[in-house]
Design a protein around this ligand. Sequence first.
Ligand code: HBI
Length: 97
Amino acid sequence: MAIALLSAAERADALKTLPDWTLAPDGKAIARRFVFRDFNAAFGWMARVALTAEKLDHHPDWRNVYKTVEVTLSTHEAGGVTARDIALAEAMDAFAA
Ligand code: HBI
């Protein structure tokens, strides 16, 4: 299924609602570091995000070290940031709140 890249203006607008996320230097991904209380909290969050990612058929590029999870989101088939990345980022923020 084809999905359109966000324009620079659309991306900037979306990032206003995601203040903890940053745009990758090449503009092709968004990223955030989540820090939890401990490993249990981090991994529980990852499990909840994983179920949502499967439902959305959109998956994070992430790295977990103890209580920290570094996340990068991009849409490979579009070669950059799309509405799918914004939707998954919003879900990740909601689960961490
Ligand atoms: N996850 N982040 C991300 N980006 C994609 O382009 C992507 C994905 N998960 C599944 C997926 N694409 C599939 O739809 C395709 O690989 C078929």
